[in-house]
Design a protein around this ligand. Sequence first.
Ligand code: CMP
Length: 143
Amino acid sequence: MEQTFLMVKPDGIQRNLTGEIINRFERKGFKLAGAKLMQITDELAKTHYGEHKDKPFFGELVEFITSGPVLAMVFEGENVILTARDMMGKTNPLEAAPGTIRGDYGMTVEKNIIHGSDSPESAEKEISLFFNSSEILDYSKQD
Ligand code: CMP
């Protein structure tokens, strides 16, 4: 089953939006397969956001994502990668449609509440960067 990496950023944690965000993905039908409340190190932030290292906002991005705890998660389900991106809305909350997570709660392009993998390749890379295989659980729903 397809899996994606989703992360509630420090602004989402501080604003107590964690439950709301998990709820949206669970109610859609996706299954939580891994979750970790953690403080990202400088090194992990730079690796995770490596593709942005030449962008002018890279320093601010690393500073922000390491400024407080994040909730790293693995969700799974059919087409979860693209569907989760649709549910998150556009990167800039000012452009994100109402009804999406960023459209409803995001404030700025930096404080945009949530990160989600944008392709199967980045999902695989990001999941293995944040989780050991033993931290991703395979369970079936009990009747
Ligand atoms: P994310 O999906 O986590 O991936 C890269 C992040 O860079 C993105 O969300 C934004 O939060 C951030 N970002 C993009 N553009 C800017 C910008 N102009 N200034 C600050 N942060 C940005």
